[in-house]
Design a protein around this ligand. Sequence first.
Ligand SMILES: *Cc1c(COP(=O)(O)O)cnc(C)c1O
Length: 385
Amino acid sequence: MKKIQMVDLKGQYNGIKDVVNHSIQEVIENTSFINGPKVHEFQKNLEQYLGVKHAIPCANGTDALQIAMMGLGLKPGDEVITADFTFAATVEVIALLQLTPVLVDVNEDDFNINIEAVKKAITPRTKAIVPVHLFGQCANMEAIMQIAKAHNLFVIEDNAQAIGASYTYKNGNKIKAGAIGHVASTSFFPSKNLGCYGDGGAIFTNDDNLAHTIRGIVNHGMYERYHHDVVGVNSRLDSIQAAVLDAKLPHLDNYNKARQNAAKKYSKAFEDYENIIVPKISNDCSEICDTSCDCHVFHQYTLKIKDIDRDALVKYLNEHNIPCGVYYPIPLHNQKAYRDERYNEDDFKVTNQLVKEVISLPMHTELDDEQIAYITSTIIKFING
Ligand SMILES: *Cc1c(COP(=O)(O)O)cnc(C)c1O
């Protein structure tokens, strides 16, 4: 059996080595390292793939979120609602811009931002909602867009974990994650579903004016060379990273399919174990999608374990050469940097419980049946004592 890894970037590279090498080599040969033709090509291909009018590549997913918020003109003191159960980058940029983060609880079944909690958190100072499409599936965007419309709020999708996923509306309309809100961000961190070989990110919007504003912000607030109209940042996607991404983009759907297949096999193996709760697909479109269902692209495959000693399980898995992860072990509202006396523990019941129960299994495009069978049987052996 191949050694099991949380993410197998080398195995994936081996399958596309020639194209990637050639694409990188081209950049080196023409030395167009910054804003070269590869960046533009990738941008166009990404826009087409997502069905979004504008993609603006940038240096990483955290910058993408920050720049999206800067582009919307959010001001210090504006309240921005986001999920308590996510990677810290989301809340970090809100705080960095001196906006006021308002963390809210998530759903027990799909780990995404809870709609009732969002409604409850709205005040006259609320300016935006940042739903995070956690672990590979969309937050309840139909409800979020409705709330935003009713209260005149911006919606910024944090799509770092769900690129390639779609959201299905009740009427059957499907839109790709990242093309739904007023603006969206994504990350091309190597382990993300579409990863480059360093840092990378992008911002998406269908709004022409906002796209224009953002294109200036990523490049020192310049709309005309050496004319700085707004305070910007230096956040560009390297041409070499764009070359890697452009070579990988045509494979993204197949990569996501491989993740879905692995997830299906994991879930099948655990179906008879009531103390192992497998991930739920809450925006399930399988009844209307005849061939391929892309409502969950499994950035992570995350179990909830009930009445099981998680530390002991992690140790057992590690002893059997199975890596695993706990995403995320501490609620953001309890992190030193983001504590706020206005928070009340009773408002975070679900997150407080999830941080004790979640465990993520190896998930990547190269997992084979032998590895999956070994991982699942080892977990079952532990459960059965
Ligand atoms: C990875 C990630 C980010 C940040 O992306 P970077 O490219 O690492 O800066 C932001 N939000 C979420 C939910 C992420 O998973």
